[in-house]
Design a protein around this ligand. Structure first.
Ligand code: SDX
Length: 422
């Protein structure tokens, strides 16, 4: 069967036949037919905006692979720093490369004292940590004017290293400020997740439980990248203007902040808390189906029309964490919600399954993180995904500044009427 598509413009009888490669055909075919024609595709539902070799998703079968490696294998066998190296470089590091990468990241975790003493102190006492985190990313870029040299690989690599290394420090700084606690400096003798937990929780003596340290690492792995999601698309769009990576990452984090995207993990726990008891689940489900109140947060996905493979792993990780922290009482409500929804035609017919955010918040809450920190916990690891796509965009000869057109539905030309005549 020919792997081509033929488009005919019935107005002129003109035809164009173009190849279909991996389920994609070039929109330039439309330009060849008639350059004044545009494809109307709100929210890019049917658009492949770029070529990418970083992450592969199969929504129908619930498959997620980073550079070809199944997420299940990476979550059980790898570490976030090793996965970050893989996403950025395309291959797993050898022992020497990993040791050097860990050394580099570990020794770039500090932030300028002005970020800590002047910038963060300027926030209102009850500022949302994610709002602080988004602002800190852009502010961080002002300390590194070489970040604008985006055509210089050495400069790009240095900014990538700084952003990966410093996001846990920015995140913990936002939390400590909002909790009225003194800032904890990075401890370069600790692992990446261990250092983050230490900066978050250290008051006097703080012993990192290895089971929580591993759970944090697994959660960082699972959230590291996810193809052309809303936040990564924002990174690519802003990055296409050749803005520096800190500013582009601030745009990506801003998109992630939305409750339909990375803000969903916070919304799930607030939803479970509002439901309050498993006996209230049936009534809540009926409300969702009736379009009243909120959606079933943590359910549904633009790509996955099956169980999000990350949700499966997170659900298992929850039990590991609860062994240390004790079971989160909201788990029973979440399990009942899942059981009820997955047997209800409203959700089954719309292929709505638990996504990455449905169970992650239960773990974060059990680990002591306030709900307002949940999206920040998503943003820390997703920074490497944004940066992997940013460097891929800059190297892609097909790419240029993003500038889509529109379907104009406004009024036709008309003359200005002076106020005296209106
Ligand atoms: C993330 O893109 C990514 O990869 C994102 C992410 C990543 O790693 O970067 O995976 C992370 O953002 C996960 C998604 C987190 N968001 C939520 O959990 C919020 C709740 N879910 C949704 O609002 C929704 O499912 C989206 C936003 C995730 C996807 O929405 P779509 O693909 O635009 O689907 P839609 O809004 O067009 O819904 C299709 C139908 C509609 O019903 P009808 O109008 O056809 O009758 O399904 C319904 C929707 O009303 N629907 C839901 C629902 N999600 C969709 N109904 C109830 N509860 C829900 N959660």
């Amino acid at each position: 069967m020919p792997e081509t598509i033929t488009i005919t413009d019935d107005r002129t009888g003109k035809q164009i036949t173009v190849p279909i490669t991996d389920g994609v055909f070039p929109a330039s075919a439309v330009r060849e037919l008639d350059p004044s024609l545009y494809i109307y595709d709100p929210a890019y539902m049917q658009t492949a905006a770029c070529k990418s070799s970083i992450t592969y998703l199969d929504g129908e079968n619930g498959i997620l692979r980073y550079r070809g490696y199944p997420i299940e294998q990476l979550a059980s066998k790898s570490t976030y720093l090793e996965v970050a190296y893989l996403l950025l470089n395309g291959e797993l590091p050898d022992a020497a490369q990993l040791a050097m990468w860990k050394h580099e990241v570990t020794n770039h975790t500090y932030i300028h004292e002005n970020m800590r003493k002047r910038f963060v102190d300027g926030f209102h006492y009850d500022a949302h940590p994610m709002g602080m985190f988004v602002s800190s990313l852009a502010a961080l870029g002002t300390f590194y004017n070489d970040a604008k040299d985006i055509d210089d690989k050495a400069s790009r690599d240095k900014q990538i290293l700084r952003l990966i290394a410093k996001t846990p420090t920015l995140a913990s700084m936002a939390y400590r400020f909002s909790a009225g606690l003194p800032f904890v400096y990075p401890d370069n003798d600790l692992s990446f997740p261990g250092n983050f937990l230490n900066m978050m929780w250290k008051i006097g003596e703080y012993n990192i439980d290895p089971r929580l340290e591993r759970a944090m690492d697994v959660l960082f792995i699972l959230h590291a990248d996810h193809e052309q999601n809303c936040g990564t698309t924002a990174m690519r769009v802003v990055g296409s203007s050749h803005a520096d990576p800190y500013t582009s990452a601030a745009a990506a984090a801003s998109a992630l902040y939305g409750p339909l995207h990375g803000g969903a993990n916070e919304a799930v726990v607030r939803m479970l808390t509002d439901i309050g008891h498993i006996d209230n689940v049936p009534a809540f489900i009926e409300e969702v189906k009736g379009g009243k109140g909120s959606r079933l947060m943590g359910f549904g996905h633009r790509v996955y029309k099956n169980y999000d493979p990350r949700a499966t792993i997170i659900k298992k990780t929850a039990y590991d964490v609860f062994e240390v922290t004790g079971k989160n009482p909201l788990l029973d409500i979440a399990l009942k919600l899942e059981e009820t929804a997955l047997s209800d035609p409203y959700f089954v017919d719309r292929k709505l399954y638990p996504n990455v955010d449905f169970y992650s918040g239960l773990i974060y809450q059990a680990m002591g993180f306030p709900v307002s920190m949940f999206t920040v916990l998503f943003a820390i690891p997703r920074t490497v995904g944004w940066l992997a796509h940013w460097q891929e965009l800059l190297a892609d000869k097909d790419q240029k500044i993003s500038r889509p057109r529109q379907w104009y539905t406004g009024v036709e030309a008309r003359d200005y009427i002076p106020m005296t005549s209106r």
